[in-house]
Design a protein around this ligand. Structure first.
Ligand SMILES: Cc1cc2nc3c(=O)[nH]c(=O)nc-3n(C[C@H](O)[C@H](O)[C@H](O)COP(=O)(O)OP(=O)(O)OC[C@H]3O[C@@H](n4cnc5c(N)ncnc54)[C@H](O)[C@@H]3O)c2cc1C
Ligand SMILES: *[C@@H]1O[C@H](CO)[C@@H](O)[C@H](O)[C@H]1NC(C)=O
Ligand SMILES: *[C@@H]1O[C@H](CO)[C@@H](O)[C@H](O)[C@H]1NC(C)=O
Ligand SMILES: *[C@@H]1O[C@H](CO)[C@@H](O)[C@H](O)[C@H]1NC(C)=O
Ligand SMILES: CC(=O)N[C@H]1CO[C@H](CO)[C@@H](O)[C@@H]1O
Length: 517
């Protein structure tokens, strides 16, 4: 367990969150007096089969099942893989071992869409918080904290940081999570503008300030902020606490009850598609989307499948990495978005721990199995850590452990040999544009670029996780169904807008908007 994650009672607050739609509810549905003959049902293109795109197809299928919405959905995915940044690899590339997550690896119970998907699709959860880890925070020269959970370790943490700082953080994060949880209730706002969402949640303070400024100005000791919270932002988002906004910093420390799907998180996204009935075109890269004068199918999507016309398009990939040509009037609305380029190194080793000499640890001290880092040494004029995190992920056989390393630069073989006492087996190196760089900001990309053209990944510079991509896609699908079909995921009304249901729905703690309507 992490000292930052003590559970406190929730601060109660009340919210009135329904944002107005800019369009009237019941627009004329699919127009028959069109400029071209109508061939079959209206079509919607979804680009990307990660968390965002697969769930978008799933949300649309809910409307198909619930009230017979007649649409055809085509999902385009440029790789052969379903799941995007959620993917696994077999140690030694040998499938007699358990696969290991290479990209997105954990989610929590507050992530209600994924939690629900696991249940509905009969997948199995693995609770990682039960795993017995010694947590260390390394600043490049010194182990600042080495926490194994004993009373003595706890005393040392309390001695270093006091008791108030962890409590204040927990209370700030709890009220953020409490507000966040309204996204799953019938009172959830719908948004075309993420700044409006942040405002209605009272989160401007969180997005407009760095984690460092926000937490210190709320009475958390700088030491705790620059060591413990920074360790969390560095492992979760590859960014330091004085450069990342406070909302994402708060998300980084809300890892209570971290879990993953046995066999790989990507299976949730595969099941979303499986249950959606959409056509899934893998190995099919979209190269261009153009617009023409047509009420029924104004968007032409060009790919290896040829050119197909659509009523609406949902872009569910980071635009600047997607290499798709779109009309300049749309492209110009999406600000440049740098991503953190992350090196992920998986390896097997017969060394049961990191070499204690590398950490200059005395022989009697336990070596952390989860080694996080702080950048605070550098601020004090010391050496930078050579990596963001090193974590042991259990044994794959009697004498062989699996280890994951996140770093900003590639880790060389020589370095691996010194850290793992020359006992390195299989090594697997990958690189990702992992998550957006998340400096404080009061504006975010538009969710809707044009009539019938929606952008799921506008949400990523706000919060970037698998779960929030499924929330962003739910919002986008509701906007789309509202504008193009005068309905929503839950039927011929906007989901969440019937005030009469609020009391009953809120009373059911298992209620999840979109699943239960
Ligand atoms: C190393 C790492 C660790 C992470 N850890 C976590 C974690 O523990 N928990 C968590 O919740 N999140 C984590 N994340 C973040 C998480 O992976 C993302 O927030 C989330 O998966 C994004 O989903 P997405 O569907 O929006 O985008 P993606 O997963 O990137 O999916 C986009 C898809 O679009 C496809 N595509 C792109 N261009 C085209 C095109 N032109 N034509 C057709 N298809 C195209 C891509 O191939 C891809 O499959 C991590 C990410 C990384 C890299
Ligand atoms: C895969 O691993 C199993 C179990 O360790 C081993 O018996 C088998 O020989 C391995 N297969 C290959 C192709 O190396
Ligand atoms: C999950 O398991 C239950 C009980 O065995 C079954 O009724 C249900 O159909 C299964 N769902 C899926 C999606 O396989
Ligand atoms: C969202 O609203 C804010 C302020 O209300 C505005 O500054 C911003 O430009 C809007 N963003 C988009 C994408 O329209
Ligand atoms: C995207 C998709 O269709 N995935 C899977 C759905 O289920 C079948 C059968 O179980 C799989 O073969 C597909 O790959």
């Amino acid at each position: 367990m992490r000292p930052a994650l003590l559970v406190l009672s929730l601060v109660s607050s009340s919210f009135a969150l329904q944002l107005p739609f800019k369009v009237p509810f019941f627009q004329s549905t699919f127009s028959s007096e069109d400029d071209e003959p109508v061939r079959g049902p209206p079509r919607i293109a979804v680009i990307g089969a990660g968390a965002g795109g697969s769930s978008a197809a799933f949300w649309i299928s809910k409307a198909q099942q619930r009230f017979g919405l007649d649409v055809q959905v085509d999902v385009y995915e440029k790789t052969s893989h379903i799941g995007g940044r959620s993917l696994t690899v077999y140690p030694h590339h040998n499938n007699s071992y358990e696969p290991v997550e290479l990209g997105a690896s954990i989610f929590i119970k507050a992530n209600k869409n994924l939690w629900r998907a696991v249940q509905e699709f009969n997948l199995t959860l693995r609770d990682l918080s039960q795993e017995d880890n010694n947590l260390g925070v390394w600043d490049g020269e010194e182990l600042l904290i080495n926490y194994g959970g004993s009373w003595w370790d706890t005393l040392k943490v309390v001695y270093r940081y006091g008791v108030m700082s962890p409590r204040r953080v927990d209370s700030l994060v709890s009220s953020m999570l409490k507000q966040y949880s309204t996204l799953y209730t019938v009172d959830s706002p719908k948004w075309e503008n993420i700044t409006d969402l942040a405002q209605s949640f009272g989160w401007m303070d969180l997005v407009e300030n760095t984690g460092a400024d926000y937490f210190t100005s709320n009475g958390v000791s700088p030491k705790y902020v620059y060591e413990m919270i920074e360790a969390a932002t560095r492992v979760n988002y590859g960014q330091n606490i004085d450069s990342i906004h406070a909302l994402e910093a708060a998300c980084s420390v809300s890892a209570t009850g971290a879990s993953q799907v046995e066999g790989g998180n990507w299976q949730m996204f595969d099941r979303f598609l499986n249950h959606s009935g959409a056509n899934v075109y893998t190995d099919t890269k979209v190269t261009r989307i153009s617009q023409k004068q047509s009420k029924s199918r104004p968007w032409t999507v060009q790919s290896g499948k040829g050119s197909i016309d659509y009523k609406a398009v949902i872009l569910a990939a980071p635009f600047h990495q997607s290499d798709i040509e779109i009309p300049e009037t749309l492209a110009s609305q999406i600000p440049e978005q740098p991503y953190v380029h992350l090196h992920v190194t998986l390896l097997t080793t017969t060394s049961p721990s990191i070499n204690r000499e590398y950490l200059s640890l005395p022989p009697n001290e336990k070596v952390p199995s989860m080694l996080l880092t702080s950048y605070d040494g550098v601020r004090q004029g010391r050496k930078a850590p050579e990596f963001n995190s090193i974590s042991y992920h259990g044994k794959i056989s009697e004498e062989e452990w699996i280890v994951k390393i996140f770093s900003e630069v590639p880790v060389e073989d020589n370095w691996l040999n010194s850290v793992f006492s020359g006992k390195v087996g299989w090594v697997h190196r990958t690189e990702f544009d992992a998550y957006p760089k998340l400096p404080p900001s009061s504006t975010f990309p538009p969710v809707k670029l044009d009539h019938g053209f929606y952008y799921v990944n506008a949400f990523e510079p706000f919060i970037s996780t698998m779960e929030t991509e499924t929330v962003a896609s739910r919002n986008v699908v509701d906007l789309l169904l509202n504008e193009e079909f005068g309905s929503s995921i839950c039927g011929q009304r906007i989901s969440g807008s019937t005030k009469g249901d609020v009391a009953t729905a809120a009373a059911d703690k298992d209620f999840v908007l979109g699943w239960d309507c």
